[in-house]
Design a protein around this ligand. Sequence first.
Ligand code: NAD
Length: 287
Amino acid sequence: MTVQDTKAPAEVRSGAPDTEPRQLLRGQKALVTGANSGIGKATAIALGRAGADVVVNYVVGDDSAEAVVEEIRRSGVKAYAHRADVSNEDQVTQMFAKMVAELGTVDILVNNAGRQKDAKFTDMTLADWNAVISVNLTGQFLCAREAVREFLRRGIVPSVSAAAGKIICMSSVHERIPWAGHANYAASKGGIMMLMKSIAQEFAPHRIRINSIAPGAIRTPINTEAWNTPEAYHSLMALVPYGRIGEPDDIARTAVWLACDESDYLVGATLFVDGGMTLYPGFTENG
Ligand code: NAD
């Protein structure tokens, strides 16, 4: 019997040790988009624990954003919440200008904000399409552009980091795996892959590192119906060879590593953090 056959959703947790993190990001300034929920929230808190000052971007939910800020401040670093729609150019520009005014600069951008608006392709409206592309892809473009402008202005500060700046794009296994009924979402993530690689290529000579994380199935509000009943969880596990759902902290730890100098030679890569979802488990028994 496999692990996935024996565990109910609530009992299956990340096996990683809960150790005190080293201050790998001490003195760095990080902006996390969509940081009042799910993966962004866990990542913002983990960056703070690693010593970074953190801007918590969100678009709705003042209370949940303030709660994340409070949690980050418990690590003894600075944090504040900033409401901005990442698909709105003026709001993004103002968010970065305020961060430079408040914290001095930007060292790390986690381009995380994202959404789904699923529909059968023949029923998908232009509004459904634009809603997803404008946040998931255009939002990453707008935020990355502002971050790179600031990295270029400031350059490398060797006492802070070996790189002039780091961007982590939150992609998905659906930058690789087609997803019927979610053409807008899969197209946005495929677009992130080439956006990330193209700008990683353009700015690597300036010692700017741009990489992506491609999460598999992570337990967050974006996909509740995929894990919140035993039946749904069981069928989800058919796609996950490792036999458990991912937790937001699985992604947060990866983001901290990508943001720090321990990953200094990693440029233009996508890390699949997916419990083996992209190993095509349907082929395990000879296809
Ligand atoms: P979530 O719904 O918990 O969080 C999404 C966040 O994005 C929220 O804070 C939301 O308010 C924010 N957001 C949405 N529109 C925004 C806008 N216009 N401006 C600013 N913020 C906005 O979902 P999550 O699972 O934590 O998703 C985070 C990222 O991870 C997304 O890019 C998603 O595509 C990606 N991802 C998630 C999974 C998963 O299984 N949960 C898998 C692969 C990729």
